[in-house]
Write a protein that binds this ligand. Sequence first.
Ligand SMILES: Cc1cc2nc3c(=O)[nH]c(=O)nc-3n(C[C@H](O)[C@H](O)[C@H](O)COP(=O)(O)O)c2cc1C
Length: 216
Amino acid sequence: MEFQNVVNNRHSVRDFSDQVVDHQTIKEIIALAQKSPSWVNSQPWKVYVATGKTLQNIKDAYVKKDAEKGYPDFPVMHRDDWSAETQKNMQQWRHEIVHHFENFDEAHEKMSSASTHLYNSPAIVFVTIPKNSSLWSVFDAGAFCQTLMLAAKDKGLDSIPTYTSVRFPDVIRQNMDIPDNETLVIGLSLGYAKDVTINTYRSKREDIDDITKFKD
Ligand SMILES: Cc1cc2nc3c(=O)[nH]c(=O)nc-3n(C[C@H](O)[C@H](O)[C@H](O)COP(=O)(O)O)c2cc1C
């Protein structure tokens, strides 16, 4: 696919079809993500791919724990503590996605059911970094994840990065045999989008003139 099309067509999918994603395709996607830059080429990331029965076990455990408050390895900052600019963007996103549905009840039902069932993802790639990492390693993991999601799109696969999938890290650690000295950063769902309303929403971006400053 043209690079511009890959970038423009990637968007977060919140309801995947049951179509399986084969291991070879995921390996090819990871091989491209592996080209991502990192601090002194430290390559701090490790990937744990959950599919099949293992992913089903994770989903079942998450359904049971759904009402519990999450406790991800990275702390979650209360929304009031974010900068004014980012709060404005987050509010706009919430407003738009709710209004993308017929009414508030439908939006609430579809969004929370999607998250409870981990978006019906046929595969989730969990990304970790060592516990003794520099903040720069979070930057590196982010670059790795973005390359991975673009590589997925290039192969016709949809994706979503989610806090939701890492909100109970003990469940992921146990099911994926992740050592205690690794921090769980994110889960990237991979699969094929269902043709449903929740997947037709497209998030907006600020005008580049509002975020960019040139100085000669
Ligand atoms: C670190 C991170 C965590 C996210 N967690 C969630 C999540 O738990 N649930 C969800 O629906 N979307 C989640 N998203 C997706 C964002 O809402 C989405 O990327 C953003 O709204 C921009 O939309 P787009 O990905 O469609 O371009 C997450 C994104 C990132 C980068």
